[in-house]
Design a protein around this ligand. Sequence first.
Ligand code: COI
Length: 353
Amino acid sequence: MVATQIRTEKVQQSRVQSVDWNNLPFGKIFSDHMFVSDYRNGEWTDDRIVPFGHFTMHPASMVLHYGQTIFEGMKASKLADGTPVLLSPLDHAKRLNASARRLMMAEFPEERFVEAVSQLVALDQDWIPPAEGSALYLRPFMFATDEFIGVRPSDSYRFCIFTAPVGPYYAKPVRLVVEQEYIRAVPGGTGEAKAGGNYAASLLPAYLAQQKGFDQVVWMGGPKQTQIQEVGTMNIFFVIDGEVVTPATDGAILKGITRKNFIAILRDKGYQVTERVVEIDEIVAAHDAGKLEEMFGAGTAAVVSHVAELQYKDKLMVLPDVAERKIGPMLKKHIDGLRTGAVEDKFNWLVRV
Ligand code: COI
């Protein structure tokens, strides 16, 4: 790895003693330090790790007006011997840069990304939660900082990584509804990028679904809006009569790293996994024939999020109890085991820091 000069300014007093490890809400507690780098005059400069804190922003900062902002979500954990590890950090660096290209933002050098994450996690390793299923969530993100209100790509950016000890994103199996009115993305749009605007656009449909008692919507695509894309915060998998099926990425679906890792784990274990167009009608038919064995979301935050119920128009499909499922629970156990070293890292996804 290329050694990068990262200036480090440590906190005088860590806040880690104040954390209640038995009560970790998702995304509300932040660790002591953050990494920051600024893009000016065509280069990333002043890489630094500093105490976690606020930014001061100019009201005309371009991100506030035209939404050039992208992010990643990744996790750090500890092996049984206490060594902190990152899961697939290079994949996250590459995906951040793919998002940057789509939004015409500056790319951050990938090895430097991994180095920054490693140094930050090494410094704040006491913030990695001890419980299985918990982790230190890492949030790398980038935004436009030019002070200008004409529409064009910004010439300057800030890249930051902060970390947050987290428990599960969804505490219990989720209830989903097939979205009939709003559209998340179409091929050629920004759906494949991890761009803030994609999430902003999802908030109203998610709110309306929540008003009806659901946790999230299932996004639809295809010429007639009959093809399943993904769930608000995750990619989606089905187990139909023993076969694992997930929508093929088509430019509108986020290329999930957890999705990719799950496919690799499943194929390695001998399961048949098919990436293809998934029509809602076939899911209904599989359910009615008693062949819809499992449905689960996959994402960094959610890991495996079992789907309890799926509503489509006036039909409510109830999935089998989680206790009767095999594949979703196996994947969850596999990833949790990988993060602690209990499961062999066959694909070399772990990076020790
Ligand atoms: C993640 O899974 O890390 C995500 O970025 C989803 C998020 C919106 C919580």
